[in-house]
Design a protein around this ligand. Structure first.
Ligand code: ADP
Ligand code: MG
Length: 729
């Protein structure tokens, strides 16, 4: 057992669970310890500063500049008291990760020494160089400078002795260069539009809030094995590897007992998360071996998204303490389930109503139906855009690849809601009667049992499902920034609600009563959007045919899917809601295409290297052993007998040789295809060339390598195999 592979496998399988330092106190004591939350603000800020800041946060107003210095001073003191030496503006560029540039608090004191300082100016705004972040050409047209500005709705926190200040990131000319800016705009738009509609039902509503509860799926791999797989290190997924004999066939991993090494990691992560104010709650094994999931209690969407971005980096750090690596890639292993990030999404009012939850009174239920119908209409109108919002080079492996979910957006409602919706759709206004001087419905609608919150008939094949009091957008990729999906969804719903409000108001002005007006518009929405409603099996081939007939977007090429962002209906929607300008949309698409190209380009380079420098030499060496053996046999058993005895080896050599030849030609073809694609300057066309001419080579080359893996001496095979990577002991 001399090979590197055996060494790392041995190391991995001998690992024991790393002990976790469990705080003596209960979570409530250390929850939010690293966050400058309201309790800390109260403690560290002068009372009038505290009041002004909280008022700005609660009423969604900008930070009053007069208090910036005072806030900064208090925040700095808290940070220093908690061991921080640096501060950073923490933002979310279009790279799908977070960015931070650290500065120490130190300044000259004029007497040869230093003091630690932090002014309101530094808290509120900074100027990182925008040109080093993806910007889709915005910097070429304008200036390289970018601004980061504090988002007061998301509290500052300390990580690794650094005070992190969540910020937006925009160009010199005001275009967003990040996810947070358009997300905040979309949330403001849905707040405004949602509030206007909720006020039909409750005059006291001042704000509508969007909520997000993400479920994060991920794989863990032992660090030693990970390090021995250049493809995992460089691309986050295995570019080769024959299926393991045992995978997920027995369904013995899902909800199974969590291995002790993994459980220690999870506990450690939960403690870290709670200190950072991230309310992690659920953890379990997922379907595929080595696949796991955790989920927090849901929060306001912007905060929830910051928390998801934060936890994705924290989990990497914590995993290393346990000699693991986290794989957030959507499809790290061929042949077994990939990872997603279900986005549980809802709207709620500041008066405490969940707008997608059936209520106790007829009014509540009319409100419930109003919001559900508007979501259905928005998702129907923008189904192509929503699909584009979750698409990426990495998520392509899940969507449409016969795995949850299909590359067609539809809504699953479950039978109870479907029945109610269809009743409304088919009814007419005559069924409305006045009861006790108040407008009431005589439909069966009013008393929707509260227990309709129904977890029984879930449809796992649906990309967008109603789940009792929320919608679950399941197509989001595990490595994605949820903001992308949340921007598109909240903006689309904001547009729809505004349109709905205008139509209902027009009816009211024409003398109709409110219930009539609402129901008439709801009915029309349900009729128009009926093609989006699908409760059947989303994996079936019939659905693909049926969806196309219904006019739903069935595009499966990721590069072309992104076109949906530039459709007139999308541009109009984003412009009207104030979420993104045409310039921003175009720039972002450039970035999406560029990212797609780069991801495939890196994969192609890594696979080419592995094929030529790792796999072919080993296959050749093995062939040479077989050939040697044949010569020896023929020498020992001359004539026909020798030939017969060595025949098996001859067959093997021939098959190996054929695979090797194929790999060599195909790698050369892939390199050529890359060269040709690289000459294209238009980002969309270049991405198209990569998707049509380069990406398919990855599959064909791997197919032959995987065949070789089955033939070549196990001891010689250079890379850890699936059966070794996938089963943590
Ligand atoms: P599942 O059975 O789909 O795993 P869970 O009960 O674990 O569902 O919930 C998944 C996520 O949905 C959690 O983050 C939870 O807080 C969140 N969630 C629950 N209700 C809502 C809601 N009304 N709005 C948004 N998210 C919600
Ligand atoms: Mg779920």
């Amino acid at each position: 057992m001399s090979s590197l592979r055996f060494k790392v496998v041995e190391e991995a399988s001998n690992r024991k669970a790393v002990p976790v330092e469990i705080p003596a106190e209960r979570p409530e004591t250390y929850y939010g310890e690293h966050v400058f939350n309201r309790a800390k603000m109260y403690e560290y800020l002068p009372l009038d500063t505290y009041r002004a800041l909280v008022d700005a946060i609660d009423n969604k107003k900008p930070l009053p500049l007069a208090i910036a210095d005072s806030v900064a001073a208090g925040m700095k003191q808290w940070a220093i008291d908690n061991g921080a030496r640096h501060y950073t503006h923490w933002f979310q560029p279009l790279t799908e990760t977070t960015a931070e540039k650290h500065d120490a608090f130190v300044e000259h004191n004029g007497k040869g020494g230093i003091v630690e300082e932090f002014s309101g100016k530094l808290l509120v705004q900074q100027e990182p160089d925008a040109s080093s972040f993806p910007n889709g050409g915005i910097r070429n047209t304008f200036e390289a400078r970018g601004y980061s500005a504090w988002d007061i709705s998301s509290p500052a926190f300390i990580m690794e002795n650094t005070l992190c200040i969540p910020t937006i990131f925009i160009s010199y000319t005001g275009e967003s260069l990040d996810y947070k800016t358009p997300l905040l705009r979309a949330l403001a738009a849905v707040d405004k539009a949602g509030t206007a509609v909720s006020r039909y039902f409750d005059k006291d509503v001042k704000h509508v809030q969007s909520n997000l509860g993400w479920e994060q799926e991920y794989f863990l791999v032992d660090e030693a094995l990970y390090d021995a797989r250049p493809d995992l290190v460089m691309t986050g997924r295995t570019l080769m590897g024959h299926e393991s004999a045992k995978n997920q066939q027995l369904d013995d991993h899902y909800f199974g007992a969590i291995p002790s090494r993994v459980q220690a990691f999870m506990l450690d992560l939960e403690i870290e998360a709670h200190k950072l104010g991230i309310p992690l709650k659920t953890r379990h094994n997922e379907v595929a071996p080595n696949q796991f999931e955790f989920a927090p209690i849901y929060e306001e969407t912007n905060l929830a998204n910051d928390h998801n971005m934060l936890i994705m980096s924290v989990m990497g750090e914590v995993a290393r303490r346990h000699n693991f690596r986290v794989l957030l890639h959507e499809k790290p292993f061929a042949g077994i389930n990939g990872s997603g990030k279900h986005n549980n999404w809802s709207l709620s009012t500041d008066t405490g109503t969940l707008l997608f939850a059936p209520g106790k009174t007829p009014t509540d239920n009319l409100q419930f139906i109003t919001f559900v119908a508007n979501v259905m209409a928005a998702v129907h109108r923008h189904n192509a855009l929503l699909k584009a919002s979750i698409m990426s080079a990495t998520n392509t492996h899940r969507l449409g690849a016969n795995e949850a979910p299909p590359a067609i957006i539809s809504i699953f409602t479950g039978s109870q809601l479907a029945e109610i919706l269809s009743k409304i759709e088919k009814s007419d206004n005559d069924e409305l009667v006045a009861i006790g001087g108040k407008e009431q419905l005589s439909l069966d609608l009013p008393q929707i049992p509260q227990l309709m919150i129904d977890n029984t008939d879930r449809n796992r094949t649906s990309p967008f499902a109603f789940t009792g009091n929320r919608f679950e957008f399941r197509a989001v990729g595990s490595s994605a920034n949820c903001a992308s999906a949340m921007i598109a969804l909240n903006a689309a719903v904001a547009e729809q609600l505004t349109e709905f409000k205008n139509k209902v108001d027009a009816r009211l002005e024409a003398g109709e009563n409110l219930t009539h007006a609402l129901l008439a518009e709801i009915r029309s929405l349900l009729q128009q959007s009926s093609p989006i409603h699908f409760d059947g099996n989303g994996y079936s081939d019939e659905w693909k045919v049926e969806a196309a007939r219904r006019g739903l977007d069935c595009e499966t090429n990721p590069v072309l899917m992104f076109d949906a962002y530039l459709r007139p209906s999308s541009v109009e929607m984003f412009t009207k809601t104030g979420v993104m300008t045409p310039v921003e949309l175009e720039a972002r698409n450039e970035v999406k295409w560029e990212m797609y190209t780069k991801k495939i380009q890196i994969e192609a380079r890594v696979l080419g290297d592995l094929a030529i420098n790792h796999i072919l030499p080993v296959a050749t060496r093995y062939m040479s052993i077989l050939l040697d053996n044949m010569v020896k046999i023929r020498n020992l058993f001359p004539g026909k007998k020798g030939e017969e005895l060595s025949e098996m080896d001859a067959d093997t050599v021939e098959t190996i040789m054929n695979h090797c030849r194929f790999i060599k030609t195909e790698v050369a073809r892939m390199v050529q295809a890359r060269k040709e694609a690289n000459r294209i300057t238009n980002e969309r066309e270049k991405a198209m060339a990569y998707s049509l001419n380069v990406a398919p080579c990855l599959e064909t080359i791997r197919h032959h390598i995987d065949k070789l893996e089955l033939m070549v001496d196990n001891e010689m095979w250079p890379l850890p195999k699936y059966r070794e990577l996938l089963f943590i002991r």
